[in-house]
Design a binder for this molecule. Structure first.
Ligand code: NAP
Length: 347
């Protein structure tokens, strides 16, 4: 399976045939690869390195890429995708996601922000466009945990719907195939499902063995919304603003370590296998070929046993890593206020 292109990009001999990678069927009938490559360099991996990883990952069989304007690397990834397509991968074989950043929620800003991502990614449509966070509160790249947006606000449903209506227009215009949410909660999704003309196809949410979010996971699946799981390995490289002393480490959990030893794989790969078998779509980040290849190979080989799946179901610690403190809107608030833990939208 060697396909040499005139630009130097080619499919790797030791890669995984993309046709073997499990797919998720969305409510539209479209198929989405059940594993994607994350592209957030966590404020320390330069865009060029991430773009190289996109090319390398495509060469070993990835077809799904999770991008966002705020990651600051879409132009470089766009050039990488061009090389991949020049090397013989058809646009229809790719699944490319981008996200609307929080400072572009105003009605007049949404479509220009989308067009900027489309332009940077050098594509003429996207497969999926998400509202990155349900708040217009934002921060500059690289800020610390105490940084706050002075114009920050709580979730205001009427405002969110104005933003959502603009995403619906993008679907109407054929510029994006699916729209979806990210960092949502059940009460917020209930309102969106009530009011949306085009319902979300996916919800991107933090999901790893120590943070399984069973209630939200079940809720979205019950409503025909596919869960995309971010930080599937427990985000060992996350920025300092997303670390607290109480955080637990998935890849050091004895259950994960023991299963890894039994299968002869890295604990990170156990997290990825578990995610795909459970029914979510993980989007692990890596810029190391050995690691992103191992993650992809993990989902096409040697499944976890029922007992192993049960053992991992038992190690949920409710340990949210991406707490979102920088998006808080009042003095002396707790980050839990972002997540509506009592089932009511916190104002
Ligand atoms: N929607 C949102 O709000 C949101 C929030 C956070 C993240 N995301 C998305 O989710 C993606 C993934 O999340 P994440 O980057 O936070 O964390 P993650 O995927 O859980 O962890 C990535 C880290 O794991 C390491 N790793 C990956 N595969 C490995 C392997 N097989 N063996 C050993 N180490 C391995 C990587 O290091 P190496 O590079 O050294 O391999 C990297 O440091 C992001 O890139 C982004 O696209 C979305």
């Amino acid at each position: 399976m060697s396909l040499v292109s005139n630009v130097g990009w080619s499919i790797a001999e030791d890669g995984v045939d993309p046709q073997r990678v499990p797919q998720r069927r969305l409510y539209t009938g479209a198929m989405m690869p059940a594993i994607g490559l994350g592209t957030f360099g966590s404020d320390h991996v330069p865009g060029q390195e991430v773009a190289e990883a996109v090319k390398g990952a495509a060469a070993v069989g990835y077809r799904h890429f999770d991008c966002a304007a705020v990651y600051g690397n879409e132009r470089l990834i766009g050039a990488a995708l061009q090389e991949v397509m020049a090397g013989g991968v058809r646009r229809e074989e790719l699944w490319v996601t981008s996200k609307l950043w929080n400072d572009k929620h105003a009605e007049a800003d949404v479509i220009p922000a989308f067009m900027q991502s489309l332009h940077d990614l050098q594509l003429d449509y996207l497969d999926l466009y998400l509202i990155h966070w349900p708040f217009p509160n934002h921060h500059a790249p690289g800020v610390d945990v105490n940084s706050r947006d002075h114009n920050a606000r709580p979730y205001i449903h009427a405002e969110y719907m104005k933003t959502w209506r603009q995403l619906e227009l993008l679907v109407d215009r054929g510029l994006v195939r699916h729209i979806g949410t990210s960092n949502m909660t059940i009460p917020k999704l209930e309102l969106l499902l009530r009011d949306a003309r085009i319902k979300p196809a996916v919800n991107e949410m933090e999901l790893h063995p120590h943070f399984q979010q069973p209630a939200l996971f079940d809720f979205v699946r019950r409503h025909g919304i596919e869960p995309i799981g971010y930080s599937p390995i427990g985000s060992p490289g996350r920025p300092a603003r997303d670390r607290t002393p109480d955080d637990t480490v998935d890849i050091e959990d004895p259950v994960i370590v023991e299963i890894a030893a039994r299968h002869g794989i890295h604990p990170a790969v156990v997290c990825i296998k578990w995610a795909v078998q459970r029914g979510q779509t993980p989007i692990p980040f890596s810029v190391k070929r050995r690691n992103y290849l191992a993650n992809l190979q993990g989902v096409v080989s040697d499944p976890l046993t029922d007992d192993e799946m049960k053992a991992i179901a038992g190690i949920d610690k409710g340990c949210r890593l991406i707490k979102g403190q920088v998006f808080l809107w009042k003095e002396n608030q707790d980050w839990r206020d972002l997540w509506d833990e009592d089932g009511v939208i916190v104002q």
